[in-house]
Design a binder for this molecule. Structure first.
Ligand code: SAH
Ligand code: F3S
Length: 467
C-alpha cells in the first residue's frame, strides 16, 4: 500500500540550533521509519520543523518501487539543494530504498546529497552527520538480519493523535520477480512481541484509538528469539514461537478499547487461523488488503507469487466464510512481461468475482536487478500497459460504487480521525471495513467512536449522519 505524500514533522517551532525537516515517500513503512529516525535524532538534540527553510538537516525518506517514484524524489532533492545557497551548513541526506539501491552513486557521480543511509542503518545517523560536518563522505547501506529498532520509541510525526502505525517486522523474503523491496529492505525478520505490545500499550495510554501493524508480509510474522526467518532452521534451541495469529490475539485482548488493523497480507501466507482470530475479536477490523497483482495463473507464476488464481480465490472464499462482508482491497500490475489480452481479461474477471472495495493499481515498471529485469522481456508496449490500467481502474470504480451503495441505509461504528478536507463543519472517519465516511460534526470530537447512518455515497466516500 503506497501513499506518495508528505510527512511534515510537527512539534512546536522551538529556538534550538538543530532543526530537522523530514519528508517521506512511498509505503507506510517509510512513514513509520521516519518516526524512528526522528526519535534517534531527538537524542542528539534535533527538533523537527515543518519549514524546510528553517532546517539545518533535511532528510528525504525515499521509495524505489517504480521508476516514477524515484523521479519524484530526484526532483525534490534538486529543490532542496537550492536551500544550500542561503545556508551553506545545511546537510541533505537520503534515507530508505533509493539510498539502498543507489548507494554511494548519490554522493560520487551525482553529487546530489551529503549523506546516504539505508533502512537498516538509522542508528548510525548521528555518527554520519558528524562525518558530514567534518567534510567526509557519509554512507552506510549495510543491511541487517537482526535490526528491528524494537527498543526505539517512535516520535509520532504529523499525528492526528488517533491512529498510529506500528512496525512488527522488516524486509521481505518473497522475491516477487518484479519487486525491488527484497533488495532494498533485506531479509525478513520479526520484532520481539514484548516490544510491540509495549509500544501499543503506550499508544493506548496516550489516547490513540487505532493501530495498524505494518510489515511487507505480516502473515509470515514469526518470533523465535530474533534474526532472519531464513536462518530459523539453523537455530538449535528455540525458546518460544509467536506467529501472527498469536500476536494479533495478544494485542487485541490486551487492548480491547482500541481498533487493530494490519497491512500487508500476502495470499500465499494468509492462513485460516488469522481469519479465525479476526472473527473472534471485535476490535480487529474486518478489512484485509490482499494484493493479487494479476488474475492469470500464468502471469502469477512469472511474477513468482507462489500461488495460482484458484488458490487466491479459495482464500477469498475462506475470508467470506469466517468474516462475512469483510472489506477487501488489492494491488494490481498491468502489462507485466508476456501479459496477453487473455491474461488481462483474467484479471478483469477475477475483479468481477471478488468485487474489491478499492484497489491500488499500477502499470508495470521494470526495476534494476530484479529477476524480471534480468530474465524476462519487458515486452508489453507502454500504451497497452496504460490502456489496460485504465480498464481496471474503470472496473474498480464500478465495484467501489456498488460496495458503497450497499451500505446506504445502514448504521456503522466510525472512528473520527479529523476534520473533512472539503468542509470545516464535517468530520471524516473510517468504518471497520476501512471505508471513509463524512458527516456533520454535531457534538462529537476527534477520537470518538460514533454511530453513523449512511445516507448517500460516491465511489470513494460514504456520506452519513451521527445517530
Ligand atoms: N508486500 C508489499 C508490497 C510492496 S510494493 C506491501 O506491503 O504492500 C506495493 C505494490 O507496488 C505491489 O503490491 C505492486 O502492486 C506494486 N509494485 C511493486 N513493484 C512494482 C513494479 N516493478 N511495477 C509496478 N508496480 C509495482
Ligand atoms: Fe515485494 Fe512481493 Fe515482498 S511485492 S515486498 S517481494 S511480497
Amino acid at each position: 500500500m503506497l501513499e506518495d505524500s508528505l510527512i511534515k514533522a510537527n512539534p512546536k517551532e522551538e529556538a534550538t540550533e538543530n532543526k530537522l525537516y523530514i519528508q517521506s515517500y512511498g509505503c507506510q513503512m517509510n512513514f513509520a521509519d521516519s518516526e524512528i529516525v526522528a526519535s534517534i535524532l531527538k537524542k542528539e538534540g534535533y527538533t523537527t520543523t515543518t519549514d524546510s527553510q528553517q532546517a539545518n538537516l533535511i532528510l528525504i525518506n525515499t521509495c524505489s518501487i517504480r521508476e516514477k517514484a524515484e523521479q519524484t524524489v530526484r526532483k525534490r532533492i534538486k529543490d532542496f539543494k537550492k536551500n544550500k545557497r542561503k545556508n551553506k551548513d545545511l546537510i541533505i541526506g537520503i534515507l530508505g530504498c533509493m539510498a539502498e539501491r543507489l548507494k554511494s552513486k548519490f554522493l560520487e557521480e551525482e553529487k546530489l546529497v551529503d549523506l546516504v543511509i539505508g533502512p537498516d542503518a538509522y542508528r548510525d545517523l548521528p555518527k554520519l552527520i558528524k562525518k558530514t560536518q567534518d567534510g567526509r563522505k557519509a554512507v552506510n547501506v549495510i543491511l541487517s538480519k537482526e535490526e528491528t529498532y524494537a527498543d526505539i520509541n517512535p516520535i509520532r510525526l504529523n499525528s492526528n493523535g488517533v491512529t498510529a502505525f506500528v512496525s512488527i517486522m522488516r524486509g521481505c523474503d518473497n522475491m516477487c520477480s518484479f519487486c525491488v523491496v527484497p533488495f532494498t529492505r533485506g531479509r525478513e525478520r520479526s520484532r520481539d512481541p514484548k516490544s510491540i505490545l509495549k509500544e501499543i500499550h503506550q499508544l493506548n495510554k496516550s489516547g490513540f484509538k487505532e493501530v495498524t501493524l505494518l510489515g511487507q508480509n505480516v502473515d509470515s510474522y514469526l518470533w523465535f528469539g530474533g534474526g532472519a526467518k531464513k536462518d530459523l532452521k539453523k537455530k538449535s534451541s528455540i525458546s518460544a514461537l509467536t506467529d501472527f495469529a498469536t500476536l494479533l490475539h495478544k494485542i487485541a485482548s490486551n487492548n480491547q478499547n482500541i481498533r487493530i488493523r494490519f497491512s500487508t497480507s500476502n495470499p500465499q501466507d494468509m492462513k485460516d487461523d488469522v481469519l479465525k482470530t479476526i472473527a473472534k475479536h471485535e476490535n480487529i477490523c474486518n478489512y484485509i488488503h490482499l494484493p493479487v497483482q494479476s488474475g492469470s495463473s500464468k502471469i502469477l507464476q512469472l511474477m513468482n507469487r507462489g500461488h495460482t488464481r484458484e488458490w487466491y480465490l479459495d482464500r477469498i472464499t475462506s475470508i467470506n466464510k469466517y468474516i462475512p462482508n469483510c472489506g477487501l482491497s488489492s494491488d494490481f500490475i498491468t502489462g507485466f512481461c508476456n501479459e496477453t489480452e487473455d491474461d488481462h481479461q483474467m484479471t478483469l474477471s477475477l475483479m468481477e468475482k471478488v468485487k474489491y472495495h478499492f484497489s491500488y493499481m499500477f502499470y508495470y515498471s521494470e526495476r534494476p536487478n530484479t529477476f524480471a529485469e534480468r530474465k524476462l522481456k519487458d515486452n508489453v508496449a507502454e500504451e497497452v500497459k496504460k490502456r489496460r490500467l485504465q480498464e481496471i481502474i474503470k472496473l474498480q470504480q464500478t465495484h467501489s460504487l456498488l460496495r458503497n451503495q450497499q451500505t446506504v441505509g445502514n448504521n456503522y461504528e466510525v472512528l473520527i480521525e479529523g476534520v473533512s478536507k472539503k468542509s470545516e463543519n464535517k468530520f471524516f472517519g473510517r468504518t471497520t471495513y476501512n471505508t471513509v465516511v463524512v458527516f456533520n460534526k454535531k457534538t462529537a470530537n476527534v477520537g470518538d467512536f460514533v454511530n453513523v447512518k449512511i445516507n448517500d455515497c460516491t465511489s470513494a466516500t460514504l456520506i452519513g449522519e451521527i445517530i
